[in-house]
Design a protein around this ligand. Structure first.
Ligand code: ADP
Ligand code: ZN
Ligand code: ZN
Length: 662
């Protein structure tokens, strides 16, 4: 009797054997199958058909119905899952099944509605003439020469999207599919519209976690079997089976949201490169501020660098950047007079200003000056943020919230104050300062859904706002033609943060937000307030010198032995008591397999920076090596040994490879 080896959605690193029908054969590999499991039934994926299993046949249960509503998942899909499972130490079955839409994993009958065919439409008649740099970039990507990786490094507004569109056009003309990955689809409705408008006769489907289940399944099926030509998706879309894949584009490749932060902690950007190599197609990674990993790969010749050094629209120039030294200037509610004057000028000219403060809420904390009480979250090592609009104190980490107390809970003092500043407070103050101005606050409290975001963008575009107050939501890829001033507040916190990636993120964020100013014929200006005007990050930013900044950061990383010059994995444990978490990590560090891998260095177990989250204490243990193969050889053995450790009942642990946050 043949045996099905089946991947099931379980946190176990093994496959499950079931008796297969006599007629089973290798054609069944990649099909879904119902199988008995425990007292119930599950849907798994057939990974292999073997003549015999790991167990005596008489101990095996019989597989149920083989589902044939879809063709078998293709071998390149399994190759990607298998790579991800090995590289990220994630259970194979989980990896395979997380890639499928929920409906296909249930025993209920599948949804069979199909994607609406494109409405008959005409492609735009006049495409812009490419700049010489754009043309060179398009020409440099060989679409029929197998695998290659290109970094499309272009300043904001340099026309990277236009380059993607031209490449996509050529790939579609060869009858192939394109996977276009973006960080957060909600923030880029304009891109989706642009793609649909450019290819009105093609089927474009979106894949992201905010789609309703049925829509996601429909789009996924269209990508796999329904002839969709372009898949526009967030990180999870990297696993979509695409039988005619011809090109993968990763827009804003530096964006941290390409990294999955729970379950299998993968980098969709890195998997895009792996997938392109496995399938033998080009990958294009685009950014104005590439991640330092990618920049180093381009510098080392592993990726080919394509540069767009100027804004595509000839009238638009890069904004002028002014650094304001706040040590020398009086501040009004955190804003220096020259910035206020600059806003005033814009108001007089009927132009828009944006004040960027990456902290939502009214104030980051409520405090009692009499006894020193501050509003802590009782479940996390974090403060409760004051939200005056709905009179709540709210934890931005675990979601805990409560009413604002009328007096200090410790000493009864009624005179408790908000301390520091968030976007709500800034909005309120600016409104008092400029009573005639129309002010629009844009952050995750004022914009909760894609619909609200579209409405907000429309209001900004139609000139309904004079001053925008916003967080990084506003920083990403939008064209606001009337926006000529960007003021940046509160940037200093990231300069000397404990997180050594903070400067890289800050630089990217500031470049991005600065890129909102002066996108059209009106000239843009960016004003950054800081107490450290001589900091190299600001001096590089002032002259739009990403390359210089990256070179100095990479040099620091090399000297400190940080990625991309070292390779890391982190073991995290969380438990009600920190002592349990640390004891578990110590036991993991003492396993014999650790001593056997001299090329991998383990640090001491320590509490995480955010040591308490939602009532759990969290510790971590960093493993590092100068050799990626050495780390990769170590991890599976270590993981297996850790699985054998005895842990307290409420302790949870996981491994993360290439962690971005600690
Ligand atoms: P990026 O993706 O690099 O931020 P976009 O592709 O969005 O840049 O282009 C910025 C602006 O310049 C857009 O309004 C776009 O229509 C325009 N643009 C792009 N390429 C050209 C070109 N070759 N000539 C004129 N305008 C262009
Ligand atoms: Zn008090
Ligand atoms: Zn909390």
């Amino acid at each position: 009797m043949p045996v099905f080896r089946v991947a099931l959605d379980l946190p176990l690193h093994r496959l499950f054997d079931y008796l297969a029908p006599e007629t089973a054969g290798r054609d069944d590999i990649g099909l879904r199958v119902r199988v008995p499991f425990g007292r119930g039934e599950r849907v798994g994926v057939i990974i292999d058909v073997a003549a015999s299993g790991a167990w005596p046949l008489e101990q095996l249960k019989a597989a149920g119905e083989v589902l044939r509503d879809l063709p078998p998942l293709p071998s390149d899909f399994f190759a990607l899952c298998s790579f991800a499972s090995t590289y990220y130490q994630a259970p194979h079955g989980e990896v395979v099944l997380q890639a499928l839409p929920a409906g296909l994993k249930r025993c209920a009958p599948p949804n069979r509605r199909s994607v609406r065919p494109p409405l008959p439409g005409e492609p735009p008649l006049a495409l812009p003439d490419l700049t010489a740099e754009q043309a060179a970039a398009v020409a440099a990507v060989a679409l029929d020469a197998g695998f290659s990786v290109h970094l499309l490094y272009g300043v904001t507004g340099s026309g990277k999207t236009e380059v993607y569109l031209r490449l996509i056009e050529r790939v579609l003309a060869c009858g192939r599919q394109v996977l276009l990955l973006v960080p957060e689809i909600n923030l880029t409705p304009q891109l989706e519209e642009r793609v649909r408008a450019r290819f009105p006769q093609r089927t474009v489907v979106a894949l992201h976690s905010e789609l309703a289940e049925a829509a996601r399944e429909r789009n996924w099926r269209a990508a796999f079997v329904g002839g969709a030509d372009i898949v526009l998706g967030t990180r999870l879309a990297i696993f979509t089976p695409l039988p005619r894949l011809g090109l993968i584009v990763v827009d804003e490749e530096h964006d941290p949201s390409f990294k999955q932060q729970d379950g299998m902690r993968y980098s969709a950007r890195d998997l895009a490169v792996v997938r392109a190599r496995q399938v033998g197609v080009p990958a294009v990674l685009g950014s104005a501020t590439p991640s330092l990993e990618t920049w180093a790969n381009a510098g080392g010749g592993r990726y080919r660098r394509l540069t767009l050094s100027e804004r595509a629209n000839r009238q638009a120039t890069l904004p002028q950047i002014r650094i304001l030294d706040t040590r020398r200037l009086p501040l009004h509610e955190g804003i220096a007079a020259p910035l206020l004057a600059a806003i005033d000028e814009r108001l007089a000219r009927g132009e828009q200003s944006l004040v960027f403060l990456n902290r939502r809420g009214y104030a980051p904390v409520l405090a009692c000056p009499a006894c020193g009480w501050v509003s802590h979250c009782r479940r996390c090592a974090a403060n409760l943020v004051l939200h005056l609009a709905d009179r709540r104190l709210r934890c931005h980490h675990c979601g805990f919230e409560q009413r604002i107390p009328s007096a200090c809970p410790t000493c009864g003092n009624q005179d408790i104050h908000p301390f520091g500043r968030g976007t709500q407070r800034l909005e309120e103050w600016l409104q008092g300062k400029f009573p005639a101005a129309r002010i629009l606050r844009v952050d995750r409290d004022s914009v909760k859904s894609r619909k609200q975001w579209e409405v907000m963008l429309e209001r900004i575009h139609s000139g309904e706002a004079d001053i925008l107050v916003g967080t990084q939501m506003l920083a990403k890829g939008h064209d606001f033609p009337k926006l000529t001033l960007v003021g940046v507040l509160g940037a200093d916190a990231a300069l000397y943060a404990a997180d050594w990636r903070a400067p890289e993120r800050l630089f990217a964020q500031l470049m991005q937000v600065a890129g909102r100013a002066g996108r059209a014929e009106l000239k843009g200006e960016v004003v950054i307030q800081t107490q450290y005007p001589e900091h190299p990050l600001f001096t590089a930013l002032a002259v739009h010198d990403y390359a210089g900044f990256a070179a100095s950061q990479l040099q620091e990383r090399e000297q400190a032995g940080f990625p991309p010059y070292a390779f890391q994995a982190v073991l995290r444990a969380e438990a009600p008591q920190m002592a349990d978490a640390i004891a578990f990590l110590k036991a993991a560090a003492a396993l014999p397999t650790v001593a056997a891998h001299g090329e991998v260095l383990l640090y001491d177990p320590v509490p995480m920076r955010m040591a308490r989250l939602a009532n759990l204490e969290r510790g971590q243990l960093l493993a590092e090596s100068l050799s990626r193969p050495a780390l990769q050889a170590f991890l599976p053995q270590w993981r297996e040994a850790i699985e054998g450790l005895k842990a307290p009942a409420r302790l949870r642990w996981h491994l993360e490879v290439d962690p971005l946050e600690f």
